[in-house]
Ligand binder design. Sequence first.
Ligand code: RFL
Ligand code: PHB
Length: 403
Amino acid sequence: MNTLNTQVAIIGAGPSGLLLGQLLAKQGIDNIIVERVSGEYVLGRIRAGILEQGFVDLVREAGVNERMDKEGHVHEGFDISYYGQVFNINIKELTEGKTVMCYGQTEITRDLMEAREAAALTTYYESSDTAIHDAKSDAPYVTFEHGGESYRLNCDVVVGCDGFHGVSRQTIPAEQRTEHERVYPFGWLGLLSDTPPVSDELIYCKTKRGFALASMRSETRSRYYLQVPLDHKVEEWTDERFWEELKKRLPEEMAARLVTGPSIEKSIAPLRSFVCEPMQWGNLFLVGDAAHIVPPTGAKGLNLAASDVATLYKLLCKAYGEGDMSVLQRYSEIALRRVWHGERFSWWMSNMLHDFDEQEVGGMQKATFDQFMTSELDFFLNHQAGKQVIATQYVGMPYENID
Ligand code: RFL
Ligand code: PHB
């Protein structure tokens, strides 16, 4: 058994784990990351595209902003198309100057990986059998297998950044946590292609055929999504079928100028709202998707992960700075307040923009639910105050101060 020692053991080298590791290292707090798959595999996952200002600021604080500032695009608004009629949500005007950044999760993860390597910080990729021990004690440790050898990692705290299917949340005994869950009766089929985006802003489309989203990664790379039934397989969706269906869901003038091309990635993601309370157990802390999941309609998943990172980072700096680890006990309460905001917004946007092909939705007949949601969207898009409610939440709630 090889023995390692660190201050903070991080499970998972996704964006949460890498960002936290980079921030802590900058403050002289030692950390080691244990990751199940390879770095290339992590980069192969095509996910988020929209970063809130709070996330962008945190990346700058970590000193990993060079490429993001050069290649990322600031978005001042987005469109919602509703049965063919297009409404612009000018977030900059509606929120007194706030904007979001369009820069892919893959790119930010790559930048963080490169920075970690350049700083010679330790990451054990392709590890297996990760287990967390004695999390309730002052001397927790993590064991794992790597390259045919066994490791024991001694630490002060363990941070679970290992996503929804990781081991960290499961380490908390079932009777010590409450899980809230809503699984949606559809998924998102995503397609990435080297084609110019159909518009320079994102467009969220509600149609009778189901939801669609036109997003992007750059001037030459597009990301599109279609709402599809849960039982659909990605193999059933040829590129031609995807483009044909997308054209039917985009507003007419956009469909007419859509540039199509071969896909470079295509995958189906299920939609889920999920929160685990509390987000800590002794000296184990859950961050990001390990603790909560949102449907992607509000672009909140990665952004909530970032606000968890910000909270835990500040508390860890305070704990080590003052030599008092008890401040960490505030983590879950602070993080959950913002998480629930994001959960509610993502759930609300998903309800309004998707077509629920179920007999009963939210305890009511489908037809009744459809009428309520149509009226809701109608009201919010036709009133300045309504658009302001959407814009304020889309740019993200401010991070809480920790003093
Ligand atoms: P991740 O990215 O899942 O990373 C977890 C890492 O932990 C590793 N792991 C383990 N390591 C060691 N031992 C184990 N036993 C382990 N088990 C797992 C995994 O291999 C992995 O590398 O979680 P993290 O870091 O918390 O990041 C969360 C984000 O990935 C997620 O919230 C976003 O992608 C959600 N999301 C979006 N968020 C936004 O803020 N804006 C968006 O526009 C947005 N769009 C999206 C999205 C998610 C999507 N999908 C596919 C779910 C669009 C889509 C389609
Ligand atoms: C994306 O570009 O992948 C994306 C953008 C906005 C969302 C979800 C996904 O709400």
